[in-house]
Design a binder for this molecule. Structure first.
Ligand SMILES: *Cc1c(COP(=O)(O)O)cnc(C)c1O
Length: 349
């Protein structure tokens, strides 16, 4: 007897961000801010109160309420997930059937394709223009003429840091029969969200995460916001206890501190602007060698004529960023971290 893996999974390998120890990690778009002692103390207290022998609240009701309060959204339209990654997986597996066509944009977040393929969908890629923008009339035509059942993309975009306008999103959603999954993982840094309009559309799911703006990547917490019918489908097809009690407790503490969350966003944007401004100076001094995309997220996207080489040099200095083809994606860090990465880039140029 012999068991063989099916074609779908036989060549897959575990996700490996970067192996090795690095002094400066600017590769995963995490926050450089950790909560102050008062909030840490509240977290400790709430974790100690967890009923460890009991299953978590399957609907994470208190957490969804606090999330809803923060964004001004009815908590009846909110579903919590074990990171927004889990929600992407649930959406791919529940809202699509084998062989259905789903569309992704390129460049965009690589995990979309990963989950869509695991869900045995046909994945259609729509290439963005050279400036990473999109002709939405053309995109709408592509979705409709190819009978796409679902389109998923990030706004603002990871990795390009380019944002689309809310009015473009509204037009897209209204003009297609497909389910539009709008991943707003970085929308806390931008101001074109549709989160307060989710109830107005029967084909829109918005995704949010605590991993980027709020510095909570460790607890794995994301949210989906959609109308009642879609929310009911999401809640009905997720695994019942998907968000563990410790994460729910920590999440409740975090969303009870809206001023802290807004302060985090302000600090990160400031760091991002510093990084961007200094890179534009390098661009001015080194024409044709480095080019920075104007950012609306917590990272910058930089074209460099030797991106792969520069990536390795940074690594040898204990600094890790993300290398995507001819580009580097650099997360905004502390002033010291930003200066360290800028110093190496400047010397290489
Ligand atoms: C980081 C990221 C996510 C993942 O968020 P988690 O909640 O940590 O799973 C989702 N979408 C985009 C575009 C991201 O960059």
């Amino acid at each position: 007897m012999s068991y063989t893996l099916n074609d779908k999974i036989k060549n897959m390998t575990p996700y490996d961000p970067v192996s090795g120890e690095f002094d400066i990690r600017l590769d995963a778009n995490e926050s450089f801010i950790t909560p102050p002692q008062e909030i840490i103390d509240e977290i400790k207290e709430s974790v100690l109160k967890t009923n460890f022998n009991r299953y978590p609240d399957p609907m994470a009701s208190k957490l969804c309420k606090l999330f809803g309060n923060y964004y001004g959204v009815d908590s009846e339209l909110v579903t919590a997930g074990n990171g927004s990654d889990e929600l992407i997986s649930i959406i791919a597996n529940s809202f699509l059937q084998k062989g259905d066509k789903a569309m992704v944009l390129a460049p965009d977040f690589s995990m979309y394709k990963f989950y869509l393929k695991l869900a045995e969908c046909e994945c259609v890629t729509y290439e963005k223009k050279e400036d990473f923008r999109v002709d939405f009339d053309n995109l709408i035509y592509a979705i409709q003429s190819r009978e796409i059942k679902l389109i998923i993309f990030s706004n603002p975009c990871n990795p390009t840091s380019v944002g689309f306008e809310a009015k473009q999103m509204r037009k897209l959603i209204r003009s297609v029969d497909a389910l539009v999954v709008l991943d707003e993982a970085y929308m806390d840094f931008y101001d074109q969200s549709l989160i307060n309009e989710a109830a107005d559309y029967d084909n829109l799911i918005i995704l949010r995460t605590c991993s980027k703006a709020f510095g909570m990547a460790a607890i794995r917490l994301g949210f989906a916001v959609a109308n009642k019918t879609l929310t009911n489908a999401l809640r009905s097809t997720k695994s019942p206890y998907n968000v563990n009690s410790v994460t729910q407790a920590v999440g409740c503490v975090i969303f009870s501190h809206p001023d802290y969350l807004r302060d985090c966003v302000d600090k990160i944007k400031k760091s991002r602007d510093e990084l961007y401004n200094k890179l534009t100076t390098l661009q001015r001094l080194n024409p044709g060698r480095i080019r920075v995309v104007e950012p609306v997220t917590n990272f910058v996207y930089v074209w460099q004529d030797n991106a792969g080489g520069l990536y390795n040099i940074l690594k040898s200095h204990g600094i890790v960023v993300r290398n995507i083809g001819e580009y580097l994606r650099i997360t905004a860090g502390t002033p010291d971290e930003n200066n360290a990465v800028l110093k190496v880039i400047e010397r290489c140029l």
